[in-house]
Design a protein around this ligand. Structure first.
Ligand code: PRX
Length: 639
C-alpha cells in the first residue's frame, strides 16, 4: 500500500540490507563508536587517517592547536602544523604510483550537447597537471601567489586547480556565471597576477562569451592598477582542431575524443563560434603554452597549514569574503567525508552535479573524490537541456552509483513529472545526496520514491563554504533518515543549539546552530582580513563557531536546519521594539533577493525601497526575477 506523503514524511527510512552489508559504517552503534572517538581523541582519530596520505615530513608541534574564544585572544586553528606535504601529489602521484590506479578513469567528461564526451585516466591527469604546473612556473607563479580561474566545467579546470596546488599557489575560482564586475572585484581582492579562462561555452542554448567578459574584467582591474598581466585561454568551443593535442593517439580516450568531436561538429554546425578578442601581449592559448611543457614536475612541498585556495562567498552587505582553506586539514576532511558519506567503494561511478566554481565542486568533485581514487562524471551542461531526461540519461550512460545534487534541481525535475524519470533505468544507483538548502519533505520523498525507487538512502548533507566539507549528515547505512533532516554530526564535529543570550540548550530545542570545536576542514581566515573572520563567525557567541543558520533538534537528537538566521523577523508590539521599527508598508513577495547560499542581499533591498534601479552588480543573485517582482509591486507612497 502506498501511503500519502504526509504520513510518510513522519517515517524513518533505512538503507536496504545489501547496501548495509558492504558499508564502511553499517550500524548506528558503529557510527556512535567512531564519533565518540573522533571528538574525544581527535589526535588519534585524525592521526590514523592522516597515515594513509604521504607526508614529506611529520608535524613538529602539537597535532591540533586552536582558540575559538575572541575574549581570550586571536582566533586560530592549526592541524598538523609543521608537517609538509603536497595535496596534488596525494591526489595523483600517490594514486598512480602507490595505489596503482594509473589506468583508472578519473573523469568521464560529458559536454553540454549529448554525444560530446571524453575520458581522462589518473596517469593522463597527472601528466597534464605536471605540464600545466611547469607552465605556471614559467609564468613566474610561485608558492603563496594566487591565480584566478574563470572557466566552464571542463577537464582543464581541474588541471588548472591541481597545477596551482602542485606549485603551492592558491587558486581562486570564480563561477563562470559571474559578471565582469564580480570577477574584477575578486581578482583585485586576491592580488593575483594570472587569470586562466576559456574562449566561450554554451550553457544549454545560450552562448557565454567568457573571454570577452574576462577582458572587460581585466580592463576594470587595469583601471585600478591591479598586478594582473597575463591571461591563459583554453580553446574550448573551437576545440575541433585541437584533437591532436589530446592524449596519445593510440589510447582509447583519443578515439573517444575524436568520436565525440565528430558528433559535436554536426551538432555545433547550428551554433555560432564567436570571434575571440585577443591581445598578444597579455593572452596566451593554453595549447600553445602546453605544447613544449614537460610532463614531469616536482611538487612544491608545503606546510599542512599553508593556504590551499581562496573561494569567495558573497556576503549580505556587499564585499565578498575570501574564505581560505589550508592544505592538510582540508585534504583529510574532504577525503574522509567523501569516503563515509557516499560510502565510497572502488567500483563506484560518482556524479556530483555542482559547478566547480562553488565549494561543493571543490570538495566533492575534485579534492574528495580524487583523494579516494574515485571515478567521477564531470558534466558541463544543464539538467533540462536538451530535454528534461538529461540527468537520468547520463546516469544510465555511465552507470552512476552515487549521485549528488541540489534541492532546486530535484524540485525542478519533479515538476516535469515522473514519466521522464521512469523512461530511464537508473538501476545502477545506490546512494543519493542533496546539498545547498533545506530540502522539503515532499521533494525528499519524490527523490526517494521516484528517482531511487525506495532502495537508495538519501544523504542530506548540511555544510558551508566555510566548513570545507559535510558537518551534519547521515551516513547512508548507519543513520536512519528522516525526510528533511540532516540528522547527526559528522566525525569530529560538535554542534550545539544556543538561545539569543548564548545559553546552550539541551534536548529538544530550537535556536542558533554553532560548533564547539574545530574539525580539520574548517576555514582558517578571510583572505588578508583576519578581523573579518573573527567578527563574522566568532564574535556573537565567544567560544563557538557561528554558522548563521537556525536549527531545531528533535527528541531523537536529529538536527533540522531551519534556514539562515538573517531570514528571521522579530515580531512584537510597537511598545516593545519601539516606534522606529514600525513598518511603513508590508509587501507580500514570492521571495527576497538572495545569494545562492541564501544570504539576503540587503544592499538590493535598500535600493528597491528607494525605487533606485541602479542596482550595481546583480550576477550573484540566485533568482533575479524576484527583484523585478519586488519593484513592480512596491508601494509608491513609501518614503
Ligand atoms: O544555509 C545553509 C545552506 O547553505 C548555506 C551555505 O552555503 P554555501 O556556503 O554556498 O555552501 C553551499 C554548499 C555547501 C548554509 O549556511 N545549506 C547547505 N546545505 C544545506 C543547507 N541548508 C539546509 N540543509 C542542507 N543540507
Amino acid at each position: 500500500m502506498v501511503l500519502p506523503d504526509e504520513e510518510r514524511a513522519a517515517e524513518v527510512f533505512r538503507a536496504p540490507p545489501d547496501l548495509v552489508r558492504e558499508a564502511h559504517v553499517p550500524s548506528l552503534e558503529k557510527y556512535r563508536e567512531l564519533y565518540s572517538r573522533s571528538v574525544e581523541e581527535p589526535q588519534e582519530f585524525w592521526g590514523d587517517i592522516a597515515k594513509e596520505f604521504y607526508w614529506r615530513s611529520q608535524h613538529t608541534g602539537p597535532f591540533l592547536q586552536y582558540n575559538f574564544d575572541v575574549t581570550k585572544g586571536k582566533i586560530f586553528i592549526e592541524w598538523m602544523k609543521g608537517a609538509t606535504t603536497n595535496i596534488c601529489y596525494n591526489l595523483l602521484d600517490r594514486n598512480v604510483y602507490e595505489n596503482k590506479l594509473g589506468d583508472k578513469i578519473a573523469f568521464y567528461w560529458e559536454g553540454n550537447e549529448p554525444g560530446e564526451s571524453m575520458t581522462i585516466t589518473y596517469s593522463e591527469l597527472l601528466s597534464k597537471v605536471c605540464q600545466f604546473a611547469n607552465v605556471l612556473q614559467e609564468q613566474g607563479v610561485k608558492k603563496g601567489d594566487s591565480v584566478s580561474i574563470y572557466m566552464p566545467m571542463i577537464i582543464e579546470l581541474v588541471v588548472a586547480m591541481l597545477a596551482c596546488a602542485r606549485v603551492g599557489a592558491l587558486h581562486s575560482i570564480v563561477f563562470a556565471g559571474f559578471s565582469a564586475e564580480s570577477l574584477c572585484e575578486r581578482i583585485l581582492d586576491s592580488h593575483c597576477s594570472l587569470l586562466i579562462t576559456a574562449d566561450a561555452f554554451y550553457r544549454g542554448d545560450k552562448l557565454i562569451n567568457l573571454k570577452q567578459i574576462a577582458d572587460e574584467a581585466l580592463q576594470k582591474c587595469k583601471d585600478k592598477d591591479a598586478p594582473l598581466r597575463r591571461c591563459i585561454v583554453v580553446k574550448h568551443l573551437g576545440r575541433e582542431e585541437l584533437v591532436l593535442d589530446g592524449p596519445s593517439s593510440k589510447s582509447p580516450p583519443l578515439k573517444r575524443l575524436c568520436q565525440s568531436v565528430q558528433e559535436k561538429k554536426t551538432e555545433s554546425s547550428k551554433k555560432v563560434h564567436p570571434k575571440i578578442p585577443w591581445d598578444s601581449e597579455v593572452d596566451f592559448w593554453w595549447h600553445d603554452v602546453m605544447k613544449n611543457a614537460s610532463k614531469e614536475c616536482e611538487p612544491v612541498w608545503c606546510d599542512a597549514e599553508d593556504e590551499l585556495f581562496i573561494l569567495y562567498t558573497s556576503g549580505s552587505t556587499g564585499k565578498p569574503k575570501g574564505v581560505v582553506h589550508t592544505i592538510g586539514g582540508y585534504m583529510i576532511f574532504t577525503a574522509t567525508t567523501f569516503k563515509y558519506v557516499f560510502d565510497h567503494h572502488p567500483e563506484d561511478i560518482y556524479w556530483c552535479t555542482a559547478d566547480i566554481g562553488w565549494i561543493t565542486g571543490h570538495s566533492y568533485l575534485t579534492y574528495g573524490p580524487l583523494a579516494n581514487g574515485a571515478t567521477s562524471v564531470l558534466f558541463e551542461g544543464l539538467p533540462i537541456y536538451p530535454d528534461v531526461g538529461r540527468m537520468w540519461s547520463i546516469i544510465d550512460k555511465y552507470k552512476v552509483t552515487k549521485f549528488y545534487t541540489a534541492p532546486t534541481a530535484i524540485r525542478l525535475l519533479m515538476k516535469y513529472g515522473d514519466e521522464h524519470v521512469r523512461k530511464y533505468s537508473r538501476k545502477s544507483l545506490k546512494v543519493l545526496g542533496t546539498v545547498g538548502e533545506p530540502i522539503n519533505p515532499e521533494a525528499w520523498l519524490w527523490y526517494y520514491r521516484v528517482v531511487g525507487e525506495e532502495r537508495c538512502p538519501i544523504v542530506d548533507t548540511f555544510w558551508q563554504t566555510e566548513t570545507g566539507g559535510h558537518v551534519l549528515t547521515p551516513l547512508p547505512s548507519a543513520i536512519p533518515m528522516k525526510p528533511g533532516s540532516a540528522t547527526f554530526p559528522f566525525f569530529g564535529v560538535v554542534p550545539a543549539v544556543l538561545d539569543e543570550s548564548g545559553e546552550e540548550l539541551e534536548g529538544e530545542a530550537e535556536g542558533y546552530l554553532v560548533f564547539k570545536q574545530p574539525w580539520p576542514g574548517i576555514m582558517r581566515t578571510v583572505y588578508k582580513n583576519h578581523p573579518r573572520f573573527e567578527t563574522t563567525y566568532f564574535k556573537k557567541f565567544p567560544g563557538y563557531y557561528v554558522t548563521g543558520d537556525g536549527c531545531k533538534r528533535d527528541k531523537d537528537g536529529y538536527y533540522w536546519i531551519t534556514g539562515r538566521i538573517d531570514d528571521m523577523l522579530n515580531v512584537s508590539v510597537r511598545e516593545k521594539i519601539g516606534p522606529i521599527a514600525t513598518p511603513d508598508y508590508i509587501q507580500n513577495a514570492p521571495g527576497l533577493p538572495k545569494t545562492r547560499s541564501g544570504k539576503i542581499m540587503r544592499r538590493v533591498l535598500r535600493k528597491i525601497a528607494k525605487n533606485d534601479r541602479e542596482l550595481g552588480d546583480t550576477s550573484t543573485v540566485a533568482d533575479a526575477a524576484v527583484i523585478n517582482h519586488l519593484f513592480n509591486n512596491r508601494c509608491e507612497t513609501i518614503l
